[in-house]
Design a binder for this molecule. Structure first.
Ligand SMILES: C[S@@+](CC[C@H](N)C(=O)[O-])C[C@H]1O[C@@H](n2cnc3c(N)ncnc32)[C@H](O)[C@@H]1O
Length: 287
């Protein structure tokens, strides 16, 4: 591919992406996902979407935008969202959240589950599954009989490609190496292609994966005891973030735990509904 150059709002290389094309793409992303693509992201959008133009045999971003804007372009809209979302994740990322989760089970949630009550956890923006599986391993360490009780982890994402990988539960050796070795020995088995690991059936059975847009409607009726919503709000503009924090507060039981990403902060009216209990770890107030 020829070098990509950006000049006065136009990005050019193999294709030309004008300022209008980029504005259209950014508008579609904002309306369909809440993701804010500032003008500094034009080169990134170009390089991620050039592959789509090639795959579709299109000659320009103008044609691509025309396709995405029609009802026939619904599948391509999904492919565009998948191409423009960032899916970086790892097992036990931000370990203090998993310590908080373990402590939540040791102090309250194990007892609640053993008393026959439902315990619900949510990994909201789970990417390829490392986050909810790390949650499941933490839960099983604290409550080995979790599967026999009413304990479940809902894991959702907007991108069907990452959900398919998450459901498969198989990870390359270097990805699985982020699981502490004693935990990995208990909850993942080697044997896949080139030293890959697959998470155990027990871990997978605790997690239910579903497609969900955090800026769409949420079908869940029950409230959650714990929500991990990490490293996704950062891609939304301020108003969208504030709305999300409010909806997450509504979705937590009083006293429930919310863990957010290392560079995120609960803002807006919802701030008054949480107490900051630790680094990016919030507890919903009782009212
Ligand atoms: C950087 S990953 C974070 C993964 C994980 N939570 C972590 O912290 O390691 C962000 C994820 O958010 C998802 N995402 C982006 N916008 C979304 C939206 N509107 N609704 C649901 N998921 C979204 C992306 O598909 C991506 O998998």
């Amino acid at each position: 591919m020829s070098a990509v150059r950006a000049h006065r709002g136009v990005v050019a290389g193999e294709y030309v992406m004008t300022a209008e094309d980029f504005a259209f793409i950014a508008g579609v992303m904002r309306d369909s996902t809440g993701i804010h693509l500032g003008s500094g992201k034009a080169t990134l959008a170009y390089s991620r979407l050039a592959k789509r133009l090639r795959a579709l045999g299109l000659e320009s971003f103008k044609d691509y935008c025309a396709l995405v804007g029609t009802p026939d372009g619904a599948d391509e809209l999904q492919a565009m969202v998948a191409a423009l979302t960032t899916n970086v994740t790892r097992f036990f990322r931000e370990p203090h959240h998993f310590e908080a989760l373990a402590s939540e089970f040791q102090t309250r949630l194990a007892e609640k589950a053993r008393a026959g009550q439902p315990v619900r956890l949510w990994s909201a923006a789970c990417s390829t599954g490392q986050e909810p599986y790390s949650m499941a391993m933490t839960v099983l360490d604290a409550l080995p009989e979790a599967l026999d009780l009413d304990v479940r982890i809902l894991a959702t994402d907007i991108d069907p490609n990452v959900l398919a990988e998450a459901r498969a539960g198989t990870y390359a050796a270097e990805v699985a190496s982020a699981i502490p070795s004693s935990t990995r020995a208990r909850y993942a088995a080697p044997g896949g292609d080139r030293g890959a690991y697959t998470v155990s059936r027990q871990v997978r059975d605790l997690v239910v994966f579903n497609s969900l847009n955090l800026n769409g409607s949420w079908p869940m009726k029950k409230k959650f005891d714990v929500i991990f919503c990490r490293n996704v709000a950062i891609y939304f503009d301020d108003a969208t973030q504030e709305r999300l924090w409010g909806r997450l507060a509504d979705s937590l039981v009083p006293g429930g735990l919310l863990c957010i990403g290392h560079s995120e902060r609960v803002s807006g009216p919802a701030e008054a509904r949480f107490h900051l209990g630790g680094l990016t770890t919030y507890r919903r107030s009782a009212t």
